[in-house]
Design a binder for this molecule. Structure first.
Ligand SMILES: Cc1ncc(COP(=O)(O)O)c(C=O)c1O
Length: 440
């Protein structure tokens, strides 16, 4: 028995070591590729053989469609994955900033669960809170006076905390949660993930007619179509959550400070630091803020201090860059990101026009109080429509090796797809080039 075990373990060790080496080899290739700007464009350098590979990042709802495409040499054959809104286009700006955003945390610091035991949100780092208030003042996009700040592990956690806090626990049935279609594709998934007895996804707000209380999500500017939005159900029993992830000047003119009861923000789309997993809620009602804090306490016992401190530093550098930009033109983060989004939308509109097969929305120009100019919204996603006979736009583009998220994920028609505008330059440029040459 002992002999058998020793032979068995040696063999197993050999197999395990082989598997580890292969996986290490693949990881090196993925990392190498991600650094040169084509995260999804994996290229295997094996002799004369095209390999079937699975996208290292794939959205659960569309992974089946993106998992078995064949890779080949050359940009014209490379798969371009614009399914996710991964904000890597900001990398260049932060790279140029060098050490300005570097923080060092000694091993003995920030080891307690608590950040400020006297604050309602006891795990909120005071410096982060200070920089949130400062940035909203500088940009003028949200009222922070008389608001409680609740920090979350991304605004995704805050959305769940808000549902928990706003749902009445006296009702026999879960409260309905609605949003006007096309709505952010994660809302239904997150809402119904645990089949809660407190709340339940009830779909498109425009066709919602059930009597009684409800929660309406208002995403403005909207993901996926980029339009400015207001609540649509408009009944007295409605409770509103405003998801303002994209209410920043690179995406839309800032007309006035948002002033709603519960507003969600995230660094993911404002500064591009999605990997920090930091969001914040501005909450008017003390009891709601307390319940949200309680949810996060039960869920993750607070939010990473390291991430909050890093986020505080990034927000500070942005506010500094905005205040300095009056003197040093062009250094401000929002001027940089505004110009880049403007360039990308111009490129896309040209490509769409050249191809003749697609359309993208037109937006009315508006005055931006922050940038002090009039411009058309330039959303983080393009809500692209396949015109004519193409009924399934996602499949059609997949055939051209462009991965997008189809309209059905957003409660809408499959003639539409959502395309991320936030990828790295190299991927984006290849994408628009390919779009301009697509024919039936
Ligand atoms: C409207 C909207 N809200 C929330 C999120 C998620 O933000 P976070 O990365 O902070 O969880 C996204 C991300 O795409 C989004 O588009």
């Amino acid at each position: 028995m002992g002999k058998f075990l020793s032979v068995f373990s040696v063999r197993n060790m050999l197999v395990l070591s082989l598997a580890l080496n292969v996986s290490l080899f693949l990881r090196v290739l993925v990392l190498h590729d991600s650094q040169d700007g084509s995260f999804i464009g994996l290229r295997f350098k094996k002799q004369n053989r095209q390999q079937e590979v699975t996208s290292p990042v794939s959205h659960s709802s569309s992974s089946s469609s993106s998992s078995s495409l064949t890779m080949a040499q050359g940009d014209e054959d490379r798969i371009i994955n614009l399914d996710h809104g991964d904000p890597t286009m900001y990398e260049n700006y932060w790279q140029k900033k060098g050490d300005e955003t570097t923080i060092v945390i000694p091993g003995w610091q920030f080891i307690s669960y608590f950040s400020d035991a006297t604050n309602l949100c006891w795990f909120l780092e005071p410096e982060f809170a200070k920089q949130i208030v400062r940035l909203h003042k500088v940009v003028g996009n949200a009222v922070t006076e008389n608001r409680y700040i609740v920090v979350g592990t991304g605004s995704t956690q805050l959305y769940q905390a808000a549902l928990y806090a706003l749902s009445p626990n006296t009702e026999a049935e879960p409260i309905s949660v609605v949003s006007a279609a096309p709505f952010y594709s994660s809302y239904p998934l997150i809402t119904d993930c645990l089949k809660s007895g407190l709340y339940k996804w009830a779909g498109d707000a425009r066709s919602f007619s059930k009597k009684g209380p409800y929660i309406e999500l208002v995403t403005s500017p909207n993901n996926p179509d980029g339009f400015v939005r207001h609540s649509v159900v408009n009944r007295s029993e409605g409770i509103l959550i405003h998801d303002l992830a994209y209410y920043w000047p690179q995406y839309t003119p800032i007309s006035s400070p948002a002033n709603y009861d519960l507003m969600l923000f995230t660094v993911s789309k404002s500064t591009g630091h999605a990997g920090m997993r930091i969001g914040w809620a501005l909450v008017k009602d003390k009891e709601v803020a307390k319940k949200m804090t309680k949810y996060i306490e039960i869920n993750t016992i607070g939010v990473s201090k390291d991430s909050q401190l890093r986020a505080a530093k990034v927000l500070k550098v942005i506010s500094d860059s905005c205040e300095r930009s009056n003197i040093e033109q062009g250094d401000s983060f929002f001027e940089f990101s505004y110009r880049l989004m403007a360039k990308r939308w111009k490129q896309l509109r040209q490509a769409v026009h050249q191809s003749g097969l697609f359309s993208v929305p037109d937006f009315p120009p508006q005055s931006c109080k922050f940038l002090r100019c009039v411009f058309e919204p330039q959303p983080a996603f393009a809500w692209l429509k396949c015109e004519g006979e193409i009924e399934d736009c996602e499949s059609f583009l997949r055939g051209k090796k462009i991965l997008t998220r189809g309209g059905k994920h957003f409660g809408f028609s499959p003639k539409y797809v959502r395309i991320s505008m936030l990828d790295r330059d190299k991927n984006y440029d290849t994408f628009v080039e390919r779009m301009s040459t697509i024919r039936l």
